[in-house]
Design a protein around this ligand. Structure first.
Ligand code: AMP
Length: 453
């Protein structure tokens, strides 16, 4: 992150009252799992927050009744930690595992504040993927029911002119991916000015958004926002960019950190199978054809690149295994339709790239297959985080070939957990060998024909 960009995050420093200072020490000792040895060791009562319900966190009666109707009664840790601080007007950095209720942790206090002073654009949420943007919008709409909240989703792959018109009408909440929002701001001064009174800027999956690839987009967007605002950053991991940002500009921020290293969920059974690269597809085919035997109803299969994903989908279709796909080569409508097919249970196998690895809330995923191991351990944690969500159990199976030994070690040393070895019935699997190889040849021939045309 450049100095210029850090500057753009600047919000007017407020003097901290003594009470807030006390709370901050309380916050960090209460929640920070990796406390530094020299940190203040003020005495805390770790359990006193655990009894608090939404009303005690300061959430309005109306919102509490909406939550009740949705069956959300007990706040999660990240909600208990962050909601009171946001309602008090603090900037917040929230580090918590995926699936921990982060969206509600920021959406509820924003809706609470919006009810008192409704105008548009009150809140801008930036998120790295289009699917996440729609998912966040769904939660705002559900929690904002009865409050007439107007929510717009601004992402690539859909009609940009229509999105610009929506922004000109100044919805209360805008949920956007940075690239498309920058493009709309660049081309239209009315769009740019819609954000001049924005009270809340939220960066969801902030670690990813602070990556170099978003730097330019973020710079343009931040220039449209007022300096007087609340900035809320949520991430599953505390990265160097987040630490820099906090030190340089969000020094007064309340930090909620339930981060305990790159952790996988406790209800997750993590397994690995070592197979030669050449026959990985045969093993996958066996697995997908025998899901019932493994008591698996739904699977996400991750492949390394868009091309690899496309090829795998073609092969599985050739083998008459019904799958649906999610990767950046598909048009946005196809991506959404595909995800809906999977979420709605019409197809129980989703083959995807890391586009599907972050934040997607699909409660029914029983198994995550890393057909290709991810290059970064943190991506592994995000991928397997699609199963065993919200206290449920789940299973992950990673295919490791002869080329993956180092990668496997790096993942295990980051997560501090050893994967259990998973053994297939080799004799049964290898019976499929010629079937899969024939399908692969057919697929290659039909692809070659298409290219020739
Ligand atoms: P998130 O981590 O924001 O993706 O949320 C994961 C899922 O948990 C979503 O389906 C939320 O609706 C749900 N959720 C959020 N807060 C709570 C809560 N306090 N109790 C039960 N479910 C929740």
């Amino acid at each position: 992150m450049s100095d210029d960009e850090i500057q753009l995050f600047s919000s007017v420093p407020r003097k901290k009252p003594r009470r807030e200072q006390r709370e901050r020490a309380h916050d960090s000792t209460r929640h920070r799992a990796r406390a530094e040895p020299n940190e203040p060791t003020e005495r805390t009562e770790p359990d006193d927050l655990d009894d608090l319900g939404f009303p005690q966190l300061g959430v309005s009666e109306h919102l509490c009744s909406v939550l009740g109707a949705l069956g959300i009664v007990e706040p999660t840790a990240v909600q208990r930690g962050c909601i009171p601080a946001i309602i008090k007007g603090r900037n917040v950095i929230g580090i918590a595992q995926t699936g921990s209720g982060k969206t509600a942790a920021f959406a509820l206090p924003v809706l609470h504040a919006l009810a008192r002073n409704p105008y548009g654009v009150f809140n801008l949420v930036l998120t790295p993927t289009r699917e996440l943007a729609f998912q966040i919008a769904d939660q705002y709409k559900a929690f904002g029911a009865g409050q007439n909240v107007r929510v717009s989703v601004v992402v690539g792959g859909l009609d940009g002119q229509e999105q610009a018109k929506q922004l000109e009408r100044r919805p209360h909440v805008v949920i956007a991916t940075p690239g498309r929002l920058k493009a709309l701001i660049d081309g239209n001064a009315t769009v740019a000015s819609a954000f001049k009174r924005t009270a809340f800027l939220i960066l969801d999956e902030a670690d990813r958004l602070l990556d170099e690839s978003f730097e330019e987009d973020l710079g343009t967007i931040l220039e449209c926002l007022p300096v007087m605002r609340q900035t809320l950053l949520f991430s599953a991991t505390m990265t160097r960019a987040l630490v820099t940002l906090q030190k340089e500009l969000l020094e007064d921020a309340y930090v909620f950190e339930a981060y305990e290293g790159l952790q996988t969920a406790s209800g997750l059974r993590e397994t690995v199978t070592v197979v030669p690269a050449k026959v990985k597809e045969v093993y996958l085919t066996y697995l997908l054809r025998n899901l019932e035997e493994y008591e698996v109803r739904s699977v996400m299969v991750f492949s390394g690149t868009r091309k690899a994903c496309e090829n795998l989908v073609l092969l599985l279709e050739e083998l008459e295994i019904p799958v649906t796909a999610l990767h950046s080569g598909l048009a946005q409508r196809e991506r959404m339709a595909s995800l809906d097919r999977f979420k709605g249970g019409r197809v129980n196998i989703l083959v995807c790239t890391d586009v599907g690895s972050r934040g997607l809330d699909i409660p029914e995923v029983d198994l995550v297959v890393n057909f290709d191991l991810p290059k970064l351990p943190e991506d592994y944690v995000h991928r397997v985080g699609r199963t065993a969500r919200a206290g449920r159990s789940g299973w992950s199976l990673s295919f490791a070939s002869q080329y993956d030994v180092e990668l496997l070690k790096a993942i295990e040393s980051e997560t501090n957990r050893r994967m259990e070895e998973f053994k297939f019935d080799e004799a049964k699997v290898l019976k499929l060998l010629s079937n899969v190889y024939t399908a692969r040849r057919v697929k290659e021939i039909s692809r070659a024909k298409k290219v020739k045309k």
